[in-house]
Design a binder for this molecule. Structure first.
Ligand code: PMP
Length: 440
């Protein structure tokens, strides 16, 4: 059978006129084509946020899956409940206890990764034009979801200690004075994507106090909380305000992203809406994935596996920070993450990270330009570097290549007194980019 292909002037082009207004916010990243090049083996990609699952005991996982199918296959391969598997929900409570959260399995909605939890929360709360407060910068996948629901994202300043409480207070007031009411604050308190920083513990109580005072709901997105390199996990915001915080968790970084198992913990009334929204979206989250995670938690040393991940990522973080210190030209600054996957680098001399990307890729290194993490076009002088995936020697080589590209750009700028190179098409316009694996 011939499948009709869309070609210029074909009848299929007409459908564009019929798209829903919300599709205007669904735009592909203009750096996506470059990422296709960046996935070539000779390019060191510091762009992707892919967990390094080669550290997993694949044989043991395989045995767990085989036993699951042999012994409970008729359940594991059947439809399940919209809220998620009850045994897994109890185990999730145990996982969250590591961050001080006391929850009941009834409070939990299992989702298809925390990305679906973000989608459901946004669907439940956001009408077109509604305001969401979000850190500046913010996770690109969340910005894509917010754009798909036509939210108006207002960014709130951050520094090396995370979200700045005074800025939050001022932003809530400014939104209110403009005649609107922010629907929720979206925040990533631990090992932030893309900045790598953590919300300082003394700020946590202040953020909760401000949100309580303004009656603002918090959406706490915490996929990296157990991936700290030193000490105990930070206490979750949700641990100190069960009524004011929706908490999102994920097994993508502590186990495996391919299973697509995440969850939301929400106040009771909200939880009911989330389950109804989930049922309308996927009927039930995949039972097979949930039971695989559940069996893994029950039979495998999952805490030891998280320790293995932490040690591996720590070594990679060290390699990246060391290489940045050794190679980066004066004036370049970067964050020093104590966990997670990312370093946020800010370029000197007004250099534009997006304009520079094609030259970096030619020099066989890739990163994500900072503008991807803003809904309003800011972030041009910054970039996100990931240390999660390449081995330490590749990270060192990638940073060395990147530093020499930056040095050349600075030299050109000194010679010609103008920003080097042409910006990529669209680089001046505010965009929210569909994530894809390189932007995860
Ligand atoms: N939130 C943040 C901050 C993330 O970095 C990611 C993935 N990169 C997600 C949510 C989504 O993760 P998943 O759907 O795999 O749980």
């Amino acid at each position: 059978m011939n499948v009709p292909q869309s070609s210029p002037g074909s009848r299929l082009d007409n459908y564009v006129d019929r798209y829903a207004a919300r599709t205007a916010g669904m735009t592909a990243s203009e750096v996506r084509a470059l990422f296709a090049v960046a996935s070539r083996p000779e390019v060191v990609s510091l762009a992707g946020g892919m967990p390094n699952i080669s550290a997993l005991p694949l044989d043991a996982v395989g045995d767990t899956v085989a036993r699951l199918v042999a012994e409970r296959g008729t359940v594991a391969l059947q439809y399940g409940s919209g809220q998620g598997d009850e045994t897994l929900r109890s185990q999730i409570c145990e996982v969250m206890r590591l961050e001080g959260i006391e929850a009941h399995p009834d409070d939990i909605t299992v989702t298809v990764g925390s990305q679906q939890a973000l989608d459901l929360v946004t669907r439940v709360f956001i009408d077109p034009g509604d305001v969401i407060l979000a850190e500046a910068p913010s996770y690109v996948g969340a910005l894509s979801t917010f754009a798909a629901y036509q939210a108006n994202v207002v960014h709130v300043g951050m520094d090396d200690d995370g979200l700045i409480p005074e800025h939050l207070d001022n932003a809530i007031t400014a939104v209110r004075e403009s005649g609107k009411r922010a629907k929720f604050l979206y925040t990533i308190p631990n090992f932030h994507n893309p900045m790598g920083v953590c919300l300082a513990s003394e700020r946590r109580a202040r953020i909760l106090e401000i949100c309580r005072r303004h009656d603002l709901l918090i959406v706490e997105d915490n996929p990296y909380g157990l991936l700290g390199f030193d000490g105990e996990p930070m206490r979750a915001l949700r641990a100190d305000d069960a009524d004011g915080v929706i908490y999102l968790g994920s097994f993508s970084k502590t186990f495996a992203p391919g299973l697509r198992v995440g969850w939301a913990v929400a106040p009771h009334a909200v939880r009911e809406k989330l389950v109804l929204a989930a049922e309308a979206s996927v009927l039930s989250p995949p039972v097979f994935s949930q039971m695989t995670v559940s069996a893994y938690l029950e039979t495998q040393p999952w805490k030891a596996q998280i320790k293995t991940y932490r040690e591996m990522y720590r070594e990679r973080r060290d390699a990246m920070l060391d290489a940045l210190q050794t190679h980066m030209p004066d004036g370049t600054t970067w964050t020093r993450p104590a966990g997670g996957f990312f370093v946020w680098v800010t370029l000197p001399g007004g250099l534009d990270a997006k304009a520079m990307l094609p030259r970096a890729v030619t020099a066989r290194v890739a990163y994500v330009p900072g503008t991807a993490f803003y809904a309003d076009g800011f972030g041009a002088s910054s970039m996100r570097l990931s240390f999660c995936y390449p081995p330490p020697d590749r990270i060192r080589e990638g940073v060395r290549r990147l530093a020499s590209v930056i040095a050349q750009e600075l030299e050109l700028r000194t010679m010609f007194g103008a920003p080097a190179g042409r910006p990529l098409p669209g680089s001046a316009s505010p965009t929210t980019q569909a994530p894809g694996p390189d932007l995860a």
